[in-house]
Design a binder for this molecule. Structure first.
Ligand code: CU
Length: 146
C-alpha cells in the first residue's frame, strides 16, 4: 500500500496577512489602519472607527474629520459619567509619537450626524482626516454591520 501525504500550508499565508496589516492611508508618519463605518439608515447618525498610528515623532493631533455624506462630522470621546456612557466632541485627539490610538466602539470615534443617504454593508465611503502636523489625508472606509 502506498500512501502519499501532501501538506499544503496555505494557512501560513493567511496568518501572515493578518499579522502584517497594510495601512489604508498614509500622511507623513501617520498611518490609518482598518477604517470602517457602521451601517446606518438615511437621516441617522453613525460612527467611523480605525487605528491611527504615528510611526514617527513628534506627537501629532487629529484636529478635524470631514465626511460629505452627513450634516455634521465631529471627533468624539466616550466617557462613563454616573454609570451612563456619554459622548462629547473633542477639539483634538492626540496621537503619541511612535504610538497609536484606536478609535473603537465605547471610546474615541468619528461621529457622523444626519446621514444624507443610507450606508449599507459593503459600501465604501471617503473620509478626510486632518492632522496638525501631517496634514490632510483621505481614507476610504468600508461600511460594515456592527
Ligand atoms: Cu459620538
Amino acid at each position: 500500500m502506498k500512501r502519499i501525504i501532501i501538506t499544503i500550508v496555505l494557512f501560513t499565508l493567511a496568518l501572515s496577512a493578518c499579522a502584517v496589516q497594510a495601512p489604508a492611508a498614509k500622511a507623513g508618519p501617520i498611518e490609518i489602519l482598518n477604517p470602517w463605518v457602521k451601517a446606518a439608515a438615511n437621516g441617522e447618525n453613525t460612527a467611523a472607527f480605525m487605528i491611527v498610528k504615528n510611526t514617527g515623532s513628534p506627537t501629532d493631533k487629529l484636529i478635524k474629520a470631514e465626511f460629505n455624506g452627513a450634516m455634521e462630522t465631529e471627533i468624539h470621546e466616550t466617557k462613563m459619567s454616573n454609570d451612563v456612557m456619554e459622548m462629547s466632541p473633542i477639539d483634538a485627539l492626540e496621537i503619541p509619537a511612535n504610538g497609536q490610538v484606536e478609535l473603537k466602539s465605547g471610546s474615541y470615534h468619528v461621529m457622523m450626524m444626519g446621514l444624507n443617504k443610507e450606508l449599507k454593508a459593503g459600501d465604501k465611503v471617503d473620509l478626510t482626516l486632518t492632522f496638525a502636523n501631517a496634514g490632510s489625508v483621505t481614507v476610504t472606509a468600508e461600511v460594515r454591520n456592527p
